[in-house]
Design a protein around this ligand. Structure first.
Ligand SMILES: [Zn+2]
Length: 273
């Protein structure tokens, strides 16, 4: 994974030491860098990304951690819808590889063009020996190395984000298949150092109605102050959002204010019986 970064660093060091001598030499280094970039194939990412996402899937589905967000849904049901969940996993893996590839191509192009501009502006070796390399030139060199390191950094970020999106989509499949009626938002805003979105913090602990659910069709519940779940961005939808929702499957767990008169009567009749 790091061959590209290493080659960029080597090239920068070479030009700092030897100065710019000819177009040919620069082109030679450009192709060394490009080869290093292309030597790391997408199958490397496929491996890394799929290992990471598969692990999450294992935890959430095989070890049933997802059920914590779906009280009332059984292990049996989870097994039953597994083919659908598996599809989510495969889709997420493909999307991640595409994203990483795209980001990478961009970062490589930027690095190469910065490097070429910089290298060709360096004086020849004898004048470097005479005057030394100026501060600005060293700064630019650092800048180029940073943009090369960005390649790996971005790949890691995509992986973390896609991991969270996988969990959100798994949840969505489970909730849809089991007729969830509402969802409670959870934000990590209390966690120190977490860069939360202000509007997501405001959603924390609010209950959102799922539009058209069976209980609403029967006239038992209505949206509360928070409104419908489909009126807001979904957890994990916005970049690096780590919020999640827990789902409500039965009337008893719905906040009073969302129950209609008919709903309350229905609950009473259940208690009486
Ligand atoms: Zn969020």
């Amino acid at each position: 994974m790091r061959t590209f970064t290493r080659k960029v660093r080597e090239a920068v060091r070479y030009f700092l030491r030897n100065g710019y001598s000819s177009r040919e030499e620069l082109e030679c280094w450009q192709s060394v860098i490009r080869d290093a970039a292309e030597g790391e194939t997408s199958s490397d990412y496929l491996d890394r990304v799929s290992r990471h996402l598969r692990h999450t899937y294992e935890m959430q589905i095989s070890h049933a951690k997802a059920l914590k967000r779906h009280p009332g849904v059984s292990r049996f049901t989870l097994n039953y819808i597994e083919p659908k969940l598996k599809t989510e996993l495969d889709r997420r893996i493909l999307a991640s590889v595409d994203l990483i590839k795209l980001n990478r191509q961009k970062a490589i192009a930027t690095t190469l063009s910065r490097f070429s501009g910089w290298a060709s502006s360096i004086p020849p070796a004898d004048s470097i020996a005479l005057r030394g390399v100026q501060g600005a030139m060293l700064k630019t060199a650092e800048h180029i190395q940073k943009s090369a390191e960005q390649v790996d950094f971005e790949a890691r970020r995509v992986m973390i984000d896609q991991n969270h999106k996988l969990i959100a989509n798994i949840d969505n499949v489970i909730a849809t298949d089991n007729n969830a009626i509402a969802a409670v938002w959870h934000s990590h805003w209390r966690q120190p150092g977490y860069d939360y979105r202000r509007d997501h913090k405001e959603r924390d602990q609010l209950t959102y109605l799922i539009r058209g659910n069976w209980a609403q069709k029967k006239g038992y519940i209505k949206p509360g102050n928070a409104g419908y779940l489909d009126e807001i961005t979904q957890p994990g939808e916005e970049v690096f959002c780590r919020c999640y929702v827990t789902y409500i499957y039965n009337l008893r767990s719905i906040p009073q204010e969302m129950l209609t008169k008919k709903g309350k009567q229905f609950l009473e009749s259940l208690k009486a019986a």
